[in-house]
Design a protein around this ligand. Structure first.
Ligand code: NDP
Length: 510
């Protein structure tokens, strides 16, 4: 394993980035910003190490991943402490959505990679290939560049690194400059699990480091904002490098009048405020049918008012942590101010909480509409705007009135109606009477529609994207010359015409 993570900034040909604890404002580390030439050198090392990693096969790679799984569970307290220190999130948010996810993911991909990437024998109806062996196989692309965001430094980066490694690729991870420490700790874990040198490396740095990575790798897996995702795709176009994009969301929650309002209110409070609302699949806006509106708003507001916010100090200490990324606080404040200026009411919260550290009070907004940025742009904070609608059709129209299409939820006791409505929502994943937990089912594809992304993670597609499909056709029994080969003759041409009519010409005329 390369020791780039331990090297001083100067040795990496770059400058230093301070890493802050957002809950205290203290600087907890300074790390190198890798230059473009340093990134190029990392990729060269990865490229040299990759063939041997591919050659050892699924079983041996699986052994390494299972040892890494054990390392994660054995070192969970250390990893949680690192995540909490660089994100300011609660112990519970780090435990449930990061440790549990990563531990599951190492086992899942170790077990499933050989199945998802097994050779697929194919049959074809075309008589030209009758009797031939037809196979689709999956070959690792080589070096995968993973560029990760700051909201889930373990889940959102390693959720992609693990399947890329399981497929036989070398991986270079560029973590967010805001939260690089978890990635460096995980590099230590992978080394302890026996991952060969240079198969996984961390390129610490800023946007320019990420951009440089795109130029040299064989696939770019990017998780982050839609704005940066577009830049990544544009850069990748220069080298025709394929990209996977997991981008922003503005997830709607639709509450029908017959919903279990206690469950819906608990879920609305939790799935909009967990991880401080800094979840790509956070509930970001709610549409409630008029008959249930008052009761729902009261129940949600009661729950949100009781949330404890502050500096996390271990299990059970607080419910809502810090805002991890300083500019995010400005966005949250701007969305709430814009809503209030246009007539929204704040039922609880509505302002930044006192420091040290960066906090925004858990906030419920009502009397909102789609002229307000809090209903149309990603807020990514502990805010919940709730809008009254006449009926399910209006809720659906408003839910789909968005450039995003990541995830959504529908709440009703009528499961048939709920599922029908879910199928009409323009989003990559829709839950009925639930939210977010679909992400933990690694068998289910996860990916955004519209401006929320390109491609999927999880499921077969979540690993096949790190491979190139190769078609193999093997002719076993054949004569010296097939009838369609040169020289052309009238007789064969007529025969082929007749065969075409026989095979495909029997349909009814329109
Ligand atoms: P950003 O888009 O700001 O950054 C993501 C990563 O890209 C960071 O590592 C960043 O580096 C890097 N980067 C910045 N500029 C470039 C560039 N020009 N070329 C290559 N890489 C670059 O996202 P955030 O970190 O702010 O993450 C929050 C966003 O991520 C939200 O929109 C959220 O919805 C989305 N997200 C989506 C998920 C999904 O699965 N769909 C999951 C989680 C988050 P640096 O930080 O050092 O600037």
């Amino acid at each position: 394993m390369a020791s780039v993570e331990q090297a001083p900034a100067a040795a990496q040909g770059g400058t230093g980035i301070p890493v802050e604890n957002p809950a205290t404002g203290e600087t907890i580390a300074t790390l190198p910003t890798l230059s473009a030439s340093a990134v190029k050198a990392l990729v060269a090392r990865a490229r040299a190490a990759q063939p041997a990693w591919e050659a050892i096969g699924f079983e041996e790679r699986g052994r390494v991943l299972r040892r890494a799984q054990k390392w994660v569970t054995d070192n969970s307290e250390r990893i949680i402490a690192t995540i909490v220190s660089e994100t300011g999130k609660t112990y519970e948010d780090a435990q449930l959505a990061e440790i549990m996810y990563a531990a599951a993911a190492f086992g899942f991909w170790a077990k499933e990679a050989p199945h998802f990437l097994a050779d697929e024998p194919m049959k074809s109806a075309n008589p030209l290939v009758k009797g031939k062996k037809l196979v689709v196989r999956y070959r690792p692309v080589g070096v995968v560049g993973v560029i990760g965001p700051w909201n889930f430094p373990l889940t959102n980066s390693f959720g992609d690194c693990i399947p890329a490694l399981a497929a036989g690729n070398a991986v270079i991870l560029k973590p967010s400059e805001v939260t690089p420490l978890t990635s460096l700790l995980m590099a230590e874990g992978l080394r302890a699990a026996g991952l060969p040198d240079d198969v996984f490396q961390v390129a610490t740095g800023d946007g320019a480091t990420g951009s440089a990575l795109i130029d040299h790798v064989d696939f770019v897996m990017f998780t982050g904002s839609t704005k940066t995702g577009k830049k990544v795709m544009e850069r990748a176009a220069k080298t025709l490098t394929p990209v996977g994009l997991e981008l922003g969301g503005k997830d709607p929650m639709i509450v029908l009048a017959d919903a279990d309002l206690d469950r819906a209110a608990n879920a609305a409070a939790y799935y909009s405020m967990n991880n401080g609302g800094q979840v790509c699949i956070s509930i970001e806006r709610v549409y409630v049918e008029a008959p249930a509106y008052d009761e729902f708003v009261r129940k949600v507001t009661d729950r949100v008012k009781s949330l404890r916010q502050g500096r996390p100090s271990g299990p059970g200490s607080i419910d809502v942590g810090a805002v991890t990324f300083p500019p995010q606080l400005d966005i949250i404040e701007a969305h709430v101010a814009d809503a209030v200026a246009k007539g929204a009411r704040v039922l609880t919260g509505g302002r930044a909480a006192p420091g040290p550290g960066m906090f925004y009070e858990p906030t419920v907004l009502v009397d909102v509409d789609h002229t307000m940025s809090c209903m149309t742009e990603e807020t990514f904070g502990p805010t919940l705007p709730i809008m009254k609608v006449a009926d399910a059709d209006e809720a659906l129209r408003l839910a789909n009135d968005s450039p995003y299409g990541l995830q959504a939820s529908v709440w009703t006791k009528d499961l048939r109606r709920g599922e029908q409505l879910a199928r009409r929502v323009e989003a990559g994943a829709v839950c009925v009477n639930d939210a977010q937990v679909n992400y933990t089912a690694l068998e289910l594809p996860m990916g955004g529609w519209k401006s929320s992304g390109l491609g999927t993670r999880h499921g077969a597609g979540g690993i096949r994207k790190y491979t190139q499909q190769q078609t193999l056709l093997v002719t076993r029994f054949a004569g010296k010359r097939d009838p369609h080969m040169f020289p052309y003759s009238k007789r064969v041409t007529k025969l082929i015409g007749g065969l075409t009519r026989l095979l495909y010409g029997r349909g009814k005329r329109a």
